[in-house]
Design a protein around this ligand. Structure first.
Ligand code: SF4
Length: 226
């Protein structure tokens, strides 16, 4: 309901604090549209919100659409060290949240990630020349161990991974069937990571509890990612 104080304020040209529903055309013949303005509230895109890795999807899509495929790959790699893997095994939560479904269908984010990931299998990771003198040991070379290795190496930490099995990959190798994640893709992805970041990967190397104490003495940090 419009109040006297509102009428007085409107006459004085002061519309602040005036709720839309209280604005009567009896006192303001043009209605509220004349002085209320839409506001732009920056929000994250729904695909980015839905992605567990918070990949900057809209940013890399723009690069991809412009034909800058390597630039798009670099944006993905900032948050996701294994796009050829996730492009195949992630249930693409991003697509379920895609706004485009209201128009026709979701952007095929997972497929594009997979294509860029495959392109990246022959592209070494860009390594900044940042060296610190700390060493980290990672126990386990599954997705968590490999991701930890990449982000530590990017921070300049010298990384050693201890893997009890004869080959790296953990869950990716022993938990996901090859028809879903072909082994040659996994091999190339891991090889690229290990070589790009000069990671010391030691397979057939099981760490028992006594060995864990030794690692704690020898390394600045120990991460268990079995
Ligand atoms: S497919 Fe890629 S971008 Fe989409 S949710 Fe999975 S990891 Fe994130």
């Amino acid at each position: 309901m419009i109040k006297l104080k509102h009428i007085e304020a409107i006459r004085n040209g002061d519309f602040t604090g005036l709720p839309i529903s209280d604005t009567s055309t009896a006192v303001n013949m043009t209605g509220s549209w004349k002085f209320f303005r839409p506001t732009l509230k920056p929000k994250k895109s729904p695909c980015l919100e839905a992605c567990p890795l918070h990949i900057l999807i809209a940013d890399y899509m723009q690069e991809f659409a412009a034909g800058n495929h390597l630039a798009a790959l670099e944006i993905i790699r900032r948050n996701n060290p294994m796009p050829a893997v996730t492009g195949r095994v992630c249930p693409h939560f991003c697509q379920s949240a895609c706004n485009r479904t209201d128009f026709d269908e979701a952007v095929l984010i997972g497929d594009i990630e997979r294509a860029l990931g495959d392109l990246g299998l022959a592209q070494p990771y860009s390594v900044e020349n940042q060296v610190c003198h700390e060493k980290a040991a990672i126990i386990g070379s599954g997705p968590a161990g490999l991701a930890a290795a990449v982000f530590l190496a990017r921070a300049g930490v010298k990384v050693t991974i201890f893997e009890q099995s004869e080959a790296p990959g953990g869950l990716l190798r022993y938990g996901i069937p090859a028809y879903r994640l072909p082994r040659q893709i996994l091999e190339k992805e891991i090889k690229n990571i290990v070589e790009s970041y000069s990671i010391d990967l030691r397979c057939n190397h099981k760490i028992e509890s006594a060995g864990l104490d030794n690692l704690r003495k020898e390394y600045d940090a120990v991460i268990t990612a079995p």
